[in-house]
Design a protein around this ligand. Structure first.
Ligand code: MN
Length: 254
């Protein structure tokens, strides 16, 4: 198996190194990752400046290429330039932090897997989440699960235009309560803008906010990880709200 490995936390992030070491048991792994952290880059691509790939060795001996662009750029360049178009699987992660619910649209981790799907390569995004109450990231169970899932995806290719988004609670193997195939849940934040004043008296802002505590929807990704289960969400590239086509057509626009 030829695997393209990327992330949005950057080429020096421990999550991608854990994944590299585990996936090597399945075949040839090519690491192409942003040369600096690009979390929340979404699906941005770089169109107006040159992109560079720099061969380097990270984490005491892992060969890879740092890319000056976004996670999505890493997939495009990795696939065409480094793997010369021959790729069986794109894996993005392991992200340090959840990619659940509506946060998928902000996520560079998920966007890289979406780019893989657009380029017709089976793709998964994988994240470790502290949602269940853990306070440190342990990437080992997630890396093992990614390898298991990679084999299954290779044996049973998913239809085109789809990918898998995986979230693994950061708890020990013995505490994990299995795997749940889920739907995308909801995440809402409040107090999203923190307005401050700089020493010269001018306002500045931090985006962020706190998660609104709601009882999560059973069957959702959020519910699964809060129940100490690994969440696997099949994701479709088609964002159409089919139930609204008739209603909006009924406005007889134009
Ligand atoms: Mn990230």
């Amino acid at each position: 198996m030829r695997i393209l490995l990327t992330n949005d936390d950057g080429i020096h992030a421990p999550g991608i190194h854990a994944l590299y070491r585990t996936l090597c048991s399945l075949g040839e792994v090519y690491l192409v990752a942003p040369e600096r952290p690009r979390s929340a880059a979404g699906h941005a691509i770089t169109l107006h400046k040159p992109l560079r790939l720099t061969a380097q060795t990270v984490a005491d001996g892992i060969p890879g290429h740092g890319c000056s662009g976004t996670p999505s750029d890493c997939v495009s360049l990795g696939l065409e330039v480094i793997l010369e178009g021959r790729c069986d699987l794109v894996v993005s992660g392991i992200n340090a932090g959840a990619n659940l619910g509506w946060d998928l649209t902000y996520s560079g981790t998920v966007a890289a897997a979406i780019e893989g799907a657009i380029l017709k390569i089976p793709s998964m995004a994988i994240s470790v989440t502290l949602e269940g109450g853990a306070d440190i990231f342990d990437f080992a169970p997630a890396a093992e699960f990614a390898a298991e899932l990679a084999v299954r995806m290779h044996q049973n290719p998913l239809p085109e235009n789809t990918l898998l988004n995986v979230n693994v609670p950061a708890i020990s193997r013995s505490e994990l309560q299995g795997v749940e195939v889920t739907h995308q849940g909801k995440r809402e934040y409040f107090d999203r803008i923190d307005a401050r004043t700089d020493p010269t008296g001018r306002p500045y802002y931090w985006l962020g906010g706190s998660l609104r505590e709601e009882t999560p929807d059973p069957g959702s990704d959020v519910h699964a990880v809060l129940s100490n289960r690994i969440s696997v969400t099949p994701v479709h590239l088609d964002m159409t709200a089919y139930s609204l086509i008739e209603r909006v057509a009924g406005w007889e626009l134009g």
